[in-house]
Design a protein around this ligand. Structure first.
Ligand code: ATR
Length: 271
């Protein structure tokens, strides 16, 4: 049996097993199974050891361990190295590699909709574990990136990462918004619990269908952040396609199969 896991804490909400088991069945990998497991920080080393011993064939890593897992790994791919964020483990020859498929997942979610943000202004809310993956692709092509986070220190850490790319980001005080940007992305966890609200004033953005509000959260399907944007007259998008693409790329790393994201898979997330 080839065993796969998604690890995190909390982990109950994860829909990764649903997607990966669907693809494993569809592509005839009858000897494979994908489960979720809640782990503590002290359990991370043992998970990596199980990948090294072939007890686990592949692992996805989610909040809050995407950075914490790094010291236990033998190698990182380039994106994981620059973002310092790992969401996929796989053994290659004798080494356990950490990959970041979130960054590519995010860019596929936009390009899949033929949305191109080169030369545009982007406002990012949050500076948590996934934010560097979001910035990773945008940083080279965007005109300007504004970023805000409740805890300012964390944005300053992110700034080091963007400075390496030779691009400056502008830090906005929490609670304030910059002049209308073309893309506004919520990378905070606010909204995961129904009715949670980000109290920001987007008056400048009213009745502008050219502006896209993108929430990385996909469950609930429409957070207050997206609902308010829709009522304000902006375009909206949730994190469903990014989630599916990061899963697709991880599946390909493990199995060599590039699984199809069709309506049936997308429907699995409608709950
Ligand atoms: P972390 O990286 O801290 O482990 P995360 O889940 O990856 O956690 O990120 C959570 C993000 O949501 C952070 O940007 C966090 O802001 P802080 O850095 O200030 O904690 C943000 N967040 C969570 N709850 C929030 C709230 N009630 N109001 C505003 N931002 C919040």
């Amino acid at each position: 049996m080839k065993k796969y896991l998604v690890i995190g804490n909390p982990i109950e909400h994860s829909l990764s097993p649903l997607i990966h088991n669907y693809w494993m069945k569809k592509y005839g990998l009858a000897d494979s199974i994908y489960e979720k497991k809640k782990v503590e920080q002290k359990g991370l080393e043992s998970i990596v050891k199980q990948v090294r011993n072939d007890e686990l064939k592949g692992v996805n890593v989610t909040v809050p361990f995407k950075k914490e897992i790094i010291p236990f790994l033998d190698r990182l791919d380039n994106v994981a190295l620059s973002t310092q964020s790992v969401n996929t483990l796989c053994k290659i020859k004798d080494e356990v590699w950490g990959y970041n498929t979130d960054a590519e997942g995010f860019s596929h979610s936009l390009s899949g909709k033929s949305i191109d943000y080169s030369g545009k202004n982007i406002f990012i809310l949050g500076a948590g574990g996934v934010t560097s993956s979001i910035i990773h692709n945008l940083i080279f092509t965007a005109n300007k990136i504004f970023i805000t986070n409740r805890t300012k220190k964390k944005v300053e850490q992110l700034k080091k990462f963007t400075d390496l790319a030779g691009k400056e980001i502008e830090i906005i005080d929490w609670g304030k918004t910059p002049k209308a940007c073309d893309l506004v992305i919520n990378t905070t966890s606010v909204g995961l619990i129904k009715d949670e609200n980000l109290d920001l004033d987007f008056k400048d953005y009213e009745n502008n269908k050219g502006i896209l509000f993108y929430d990385l959260i996909y469950n609930p399907e429409e957070t207050n952040f997206l609902k308010k944007a829709r009522l304000r007259g902006n375009k909206t998008m949730n994190g469903k396609m990014m989630f599916l693409h990061q899963a697709r790329i991880a599946f390909q790393i493990w199995t060599g199969i590039d699984p199809e994201i069709n309506d049936e898979v997308i429907k699995l997330l409608n709950r």
